[in-house]
Design a binder for this molecule. Sequence first.
Ligand code: GTP
Ligand code: MG
Length: 194
Amino acid sequence: MNAVFEISAAAPTQFPVPDRFECAFIGRSNVGKSSLLNLLTGLKNLAKVSSTPGKTRQINFFLIDDSIRFVDLPGYGYAKASHSSRQEWGRLITTYFEAARPLGVILQLIDSRLPFQTSDAGVLHWFIERKMPVQVVLTKIDKLNQSERSKQTKTLLAAMKEVGYHGDALAVSSFKGQGKRELMQRIIMLKGGG
Ligand code: GTP
Ligand code: MG
């Protein structure tokens, strides 16, 4: 796979020309978005993995095999974020979703180890209300054993149903590579190819 970093955009004027199928990555700060982007592209440092949460404040665009654009959106739900940085987050995210981009799929990343978070519920519900194409991805599954994993998946899917999500949940580990192939296959299927 050939992955090229295009731009870190702070405003819509900096977004690339919308000429490719887009796959947007969204999730709480620290959920593992950058790590997953690195896993999928096979590049170690394409997206910066942060030790301090909430550092990704811009929208990063990556061109994959000249055919798909990966869009790394800034994380939400960081407890220590100030009111103004939350507003800033909301504004930037809204500009992306209102920019009439060729949005193919939104991958909403959810931490497989945690109970369903209020912030996750709010964001997921927002997409569903707008009939946007959202696919849930559970992260960090290397931290769970098989029985914890199936129990958590059930619990999380039940909670997601309450906000109107009726899809499935793909599970990944960026540390161990689990779920990478299934996720890439899903993205390609949604794009209508391969
Ligand atoms: P922000 O950009 O701050 O919103 O964070 P992010 O969602 O991009 O998360 P990032 O990839 O930077 O990872 C956050 C932390 O989780 C880091 O300490 C990673 O090492 C860890 N992490 C990421 N993926 C995994 C995983 O698959 N398994 C485990 N165990 N830890 C992970
Ligand atoms: Mg990040």
